[in-house]
Design a protein around this ligand. Structure first.
Ligand code: NDP
Length: 444
């Protein structure tokens, strides 16, 4: 049996109840076969793949807090410190009822490759809780965040592990988490990114993931003889990534026509209005039905279905496994030429294969959404230097990083004879640097 197959079988057996983690490991190792085979004996002797697929540390903890009725609630807290070969652990915190160890391990594993692809010195980690911020008062969210940090602070630090936002964790939550860390540790340090501008945040961090996604999409199309100008774009999600992807799509001359949340989706024939979207989701924290009230030509559909929209480019920006085989078939049939992932692993393995074999350009999230973590690393640099760069300075660095990421994965795919397979390219380019660093650091 090949070394890759051996390790895949072991991962499936050891993590039998963790489907998302197995899915992520399978996608990565399958596409690394050629690279691994070249050094199979050395890698096997050093158990490189076993070490790469086993987190350095998983921290699981209780998060008790008191709701507005005086009732004590208890949630599960997680921080998975996956790989620190190339820098301190770095990766977001997710607050969503679907969070469990499998989800956090898959995200931490993916983060390791994504962070490597940015070219910046950051390792991979991820954390979160099954707490649902939806419908909670600000006081309840603060009580939860303070309790969460009262345990998490023991394991993080500006040079150890630097969490950030993710689903359900935006400026409000980062503020409460930072305040509690500072109170307990009595140190003012860049222990979290995504901070507010008044206390060490970076300009353009809020926009970075969505903007970066569009910079990379633009480069992908340009290198394939196309341009975003005049294209119709379907976007899923209505959160941080989706909102700023929509904004940058407009700025680059495309027309984004959809967005979605966990209840339904919107088609706006005039193009999604960013100000209305921000007012509904960020200011009023309301459902997308409210968007349609403000935009009479827009149509609201209950449930799933955003990928039935006729579009040139599809940008899944909500959550994992939201674009399945049927969706991929509909997109291809409707003439979609590119699917670029804003979310982490939004496309299932069979849907990805279908797109790749039916002439649709496909770029995975670990490359396409890396602008968020790259700008978080820029925030860490500014914090260390006690400096603040302007919006334009950060945005220009972000654009350069995204264009470089695309060329790194494009080159890696070509080097191994898999031109246009950007999944393989991303995994190979991300893997090489981490593997080199792990080999250099001995058996740890
Ligand atoms: P937000 O919480 O801001 O937004 C998430 C959006 O997705 C919301 O519209 C939410 O709907 C929807 N959503 C969440 N879960 C589900 C679900 N199970 N089914 C359908 N819709 C769902 O998160 P972000 O925009 O920050 O993150 C979106 C994706 O991008 C995630 O995969 C995240 O890991 C990834 N990502 C985020 C980065 C960042 O910088 N924020 C960086 C890199 C990746 P509702 O409003 O109903 O909750």
């Amino acid at each position: 049996m090949s070394y890759v197959d051996e390790v895949l079988a072991q991962v499936a057996a050891k993590n039998a109840h963790e489907p998302e983690f197995i899915q992520a490991v399978t996608e990565v190792l399958e596409s690394l076969r050629m690279v691994i085979e070249k050094n199979e004996d050395t890698y096997r002797r050093n158990a490189l793949l076993e070490r790469l697929t086993t987190p350095e540390r998983c921290i699981l903890f209780r998060v008790p807090w008191v709701d507005d009725k005086g009732q004590v609630q208890v949630n599960n807290g997680y921080r998975v410190q996956f790989n620190s070969a190339i820098g301190p652990y770095k990766g977001g915190l997710r607050l969503h009822p679907s969070v469990n160890l499998s989800v956090i391990k898959f995200l931490g594993f993916e983060q390791t490759f994504k962070n490597s692809l940015t070219g910046l010195p950051i390792g991979g980690g991820k954390g979160g809780s099954d707490f649902d911020p939806k419908g909670k008062s600000d006081r309840e969210v603060m009580a939860f965040c303070q309790s969460f940090m009262t345990e998490l602070y023991k394991y993080i630090g500006a040079d150890t592990d630097v969490p950030a936002g993710d689903i359900g964790v935006g400026a409000r939550e980062i503020g409460y988490l930072f305040g509690q860390y500072k109170r307990i540790r009595s140190v003012y340090e860049g222990v979290l990114t995504g901070k507010g501008l008044s206390y060490g945040g970076s300009l353009a961090r809020t926009q970075a993931t969505g903007y970066g996604l569009l910079y990379l999409t633009d480069e992908l199309l340009r290198c394939n003889g196309r341009s975003l100008k005049g294209m119709t774009v379907a976007v899923s999600g209505a959160g941080n990534v989706a909102t700023y992807a929509i904004e940058k799509a407009w700025q680059l001359g495309a027309k984004p026509v959809t967005c979605s949340d966990s209840s339904g989706w919107v088609y706006d024939p005039d193009g999604i209005d960013v100000a209305t979207l921000i007012d509904v989701k960020q200011v009023r924290r309301a459902r997308l039905t409210e968007y349609v009230s403000a935009r009479p030509n827009a149509v609201y559909h209950q449930g799933k279905g955003v990928w039935s929209t006729k579009c040139d480019v599809a940008l899944p920006c909500a959550t994992q496994n939201e674009l399945v085989l049927d969706d991929a078939e509909m997109l291809a049939a409707n003439g979609c030429i590119a699917v670029v992932e804003g979310a982490n692993m939004p496309t299932t393995l069979d849907a990805t294969k279908f797109l790749q074999t039916h002439g649709v350009l496909f770029c995975p999230g670990k490359a396409a959404n890396a602008g968020g973590v790259a700008t978080s690393a820029l925030e860490m640099s500014q914090n260390s230097q006690r400096l603040s760069w302007t919006f334009d300075e950060v945005d220009a660095k972000l654009k350069t990083i995204m264009v470089n990421i695309f060329h790194n994965l494009d080159d890696a795919a070509r080097e191994y004879g898999m031109e246009g397979n950007y999944v393989a390219g991303a995994n190979i380019a991300g893997f090489k640097k981490v593997a080199d660093a792990m080999n250099a650091q001995g058996i740890v």
